[in-house]
Design a protein around this ligand. Structure first.
Ligand code: SF4
Length: 354
């Protein structure tokens, strides 16, 4: 079913729009300079919607200045306090992440919903396996997919009782199969757009793999209108991993897609060193291009000539291809990374941004 369209600032979620990439700052929101700097780094990496935690009134008081100094939609993450939600709305945020289930007074929920409606901003509700209320847990107190869905639907119904429909739903568990089951269940229940993610996925290596498995399956099934990869550490990595997942599925094209051979007994250049240097130098490139780096001619010529920019290694030298044509022959190994970086940047400038 086509999901309902929800607008977060100038970004549409659902309604057939491309899957959008979100992240969340890990700075102290009260520190405006640090938070703005991180948001602007996230924006440069391709983040399209950013969320900040609003744990107290001081954090809420920082929101207007943060909002003024960034140029992607801002989401306020609020728990327990309707006052903070009202302050965030008054500060001009573009969306709320709220748990109506932990603001128990119906009048207070009503005030927040009416204020969001008046401001024209959506609310994301949903369940997180770590904070599921006891009544939605299994017999041994465990989180279950059914419980997560029921918890999310209760929150949706609370908003609907106020005739509020600008809703985005998330169902995040640390357990990948549980997350998949929960989204498979809710997708048939409601037509609100779905925010997908694996919560507390972990440090970058493990978290990227778990997110790629879980989100890759859902997105390939057409489930997920906006996504966040949750990783411990610099949130810019979340954005890079999100785009890698989306590029692998052919859902978005932003940034460089790399094809690098695993190397073998035929390799006569230090391909890992060259590829690592090239990738590190080009993290900011947003042009949708492919770059192949191959150890030898066996598979190298085909891959390199089909990529936008390609490298084929030889005996401590390399040949560089640009759009299928040989651009430079016999580049010494020590200059290969620089030559590739220059060639990719030149092509990226020609192609332009995604
Ligand atoms: S491209 Fe060449 S060096 Fe790379 S794995 Fe294949 S045969 Fe080995």
């Amino acid at each position: 079913m086509t999901r309902r369209a929800v607008h977060v600032g100038g970004v549409m979620i659902g309604g057939g729009a491309p899957v959008t990439v979100q992240s969340m700052t890990n700075t102290d929101t009260r520190d405006v300079d640090a938070t703005v700097a991180q948001i602007n780094r996230l924006h440069a990496a391709g983040c399209e919607i950013v969320r900040v935690a609003v744990p107290d009134q001081q954090a809420a008081a920082a929101l207007p200045e943060i909002k003024q100094r960034i140029s992607i939609p801002l989401v306020a993450d609020i728990h327990f306090s309707h006052r903070l939600a009202l302050a965030a709305i008054a500060a001009g945020v573009d969306k709320l992440r709220l748990n109506p289930g932990n603001i128990t007074d119906p009048d207070k929920i009503g005030a927040v919903v009416e204020a969001a409606k008046a401001a024209g901003i959506p609310i994301r509700v949903g369940a997180n396996s770590g904070s599921l209320a006891p009544e939605f847990r299994g017999p041994h107190g465990e989180a279950t997919a059914e419980g997560m869905v029921q918890s999310a639907l209760r929150e949706v119904r609370i908003l609907e009782e106020h005739d509020f429909r600008d809703i985005v739903i998330s169902l995040k568990a640390t357990d990948v199969p549980m997350t998949l089951t929960a989204y498979h269940m809710i997708v048939h229940e409601v037509d609100y757009p779905l925010h997908v993610g694996i919560t507390e996925a972990g440090t970058p290596w493990e978290g990227a793999i778990r997110s790629a498995v879980g989100l890759g399956i859902l997105l390939d099934e057409g489930i997920g209108d906006t996504m966040r990869v949750s990783l411990t550490g610099d949130p810019v990595e979340e954005v890079r991993v999100a785009y890698a997942i989306l590029r692998a599925l052919g859902l978005r094209t932003r940034g460089i897609t790399y094809r690098v051979c695993p190397t073998c007994g035929r390799t006569e250049i230090d391909l890992l060193k060259v590829a690592t240097a090239v990738q590190a130098a080009l993290v900011d490139v947003s042009a949708p291009i492919t770059v192949a780096m191959m150890g030898c001619v066996v598979n190298g010529v085909g891959e390199a000539s089909e990529a936008d920019v390609g490298l084929v290694g030889g005996a401590h030298v390399g040949t560089i291809y640009v759009r299928g044509e040989i651009a430079q022959r016999n580049v010494p190994e020590d200059h290969l990374a620089d030559a590739m970086i220059t060639a990719v940047r030149a092509l990226a400038a020609e192609v332009g941004d995604d």
